[in-house]
Design a binder for this molecule. Structure first.
Ligand SMILES: [Zn+2]
Length: 276
């Protein structure tokens, strides 16, 4: 199935440097078709994909992707809050060693989750805080997943600050009222396909108050597929080529052009993930 650009986008000529700031290309959903997914991403102007690990057992796959697609993939290593029970043995040494040997790597996906699928919060807090301290120690940005845990997250971050390289709030869902205090701590606010979902009013309201130099975009592939009028494909796994739909939605909501926002989003991502 060929990816088709949304109708009113400028040609890919002006969109060649997009960053998909959060995805999971190591996911089983991409097994055996990675080359075509990567080809479509490149054709859609995606120049970088930050591939986030979720537990020690998928870090080797993330590292392999960063080697195989060294111009495209930026690795992130971390223990996701839903998978803290998969972090055993000396995972801390493994994580530190990976980050020390890969200077372009960031820390992620880490965070707190109190949805029904999640386990107890105490081990999550311990694993999360340890990883934030490691990121600060190694001067790396880190990427946060936070679900139903903002009342815990904000004070924890305030206690752990300052963050010399800032951090990313992936698929930000914290509401407009939390934007200012999080921005003051150095947060980047990454918006995903959920921004395009017609019934989602919370994300557009938050986007409206995020400083322009702190907005990022992502797909969270293979999850969080953007809404399409022809939702026949809604059940297909999301992929980085769909990033343009998120960029266009950001530009529409902020009343700018797609080209202008594409440039701004790229500059923000480079500042976040590449500045030393
Ligand atoms: Zn994720």
């Amino acid at each position: 199935m060929n990816w088709m650009p949304p109708g009113d986008l400028p040609s890919a000529v002006s969109l060649t440097d997009l960053w998909d700031c959060h995805a999971h290309l190591q996911d089983a959903a991409f097994k055996g078709r990675l080359e075509e997914v990567v080809g479509r991403a490149r054709a859609a102007g995606v120049a970088r994909i930050v591939v986030n690990g979720t537990a020690p057992d998928d870090w080797p796959a993330v590292a392999a992707l960063a080697q195989q697609f060294s111009d495209l993939v930026r690795p992130a290593y971390g223990v996701h809050p839903l998978y803290v029970d998969r972090a055993h043995g000396d995972w801390q040494t493994d994580l530190r060693r990976r980050l020390e040997t890969e200077p372009a790597a960031s820390v992620g996906e880490i965070g707190l989750d109190r949805s029904e699928a999640a386990g107890a919060i105490e081990p999550q807090l311990e694993v999360f805080e340890w990883q934030v301290r490691l990121a600060v120690d190694l001067r790396r940005p880190f990427t946060i997943h936070c679900r139903r845990a903002w009342d815990l997250m904000l004070p924890r971050l305030q206690a752990l600050a300052p963050f010399p390289r800032g951090f990313v709030l992936h698929s930000f869902n914290g509401g407009e009222g939390r934007v200012d205090p999080l921005a003051a701590l150095g947060a980047y606010f990454s918006f995903s396909g959920t921004l395009t979902w017609p019934r989602n009013r919370r994300s557009p309201a938050a986007l409206a108050v995020v400083p322009a130099d702190r907005v990022l975009c992502e797909t969270d592939s293979p999850d969080l597929a953007p809404w399409r009028p022809d939702s026949a494909e809604a059940s297909a796994p999301n992929e980085p080529a769909n990033l343009l739909l998120v960029v266009r939605r950001i530009a529409d909501l902020r009343r700018g052009t797609v080209s202008e926002w594409a440039r701004r989003l790229s500059a923000n991502a480079r500042r976040c993930f590449e500045s030393l």
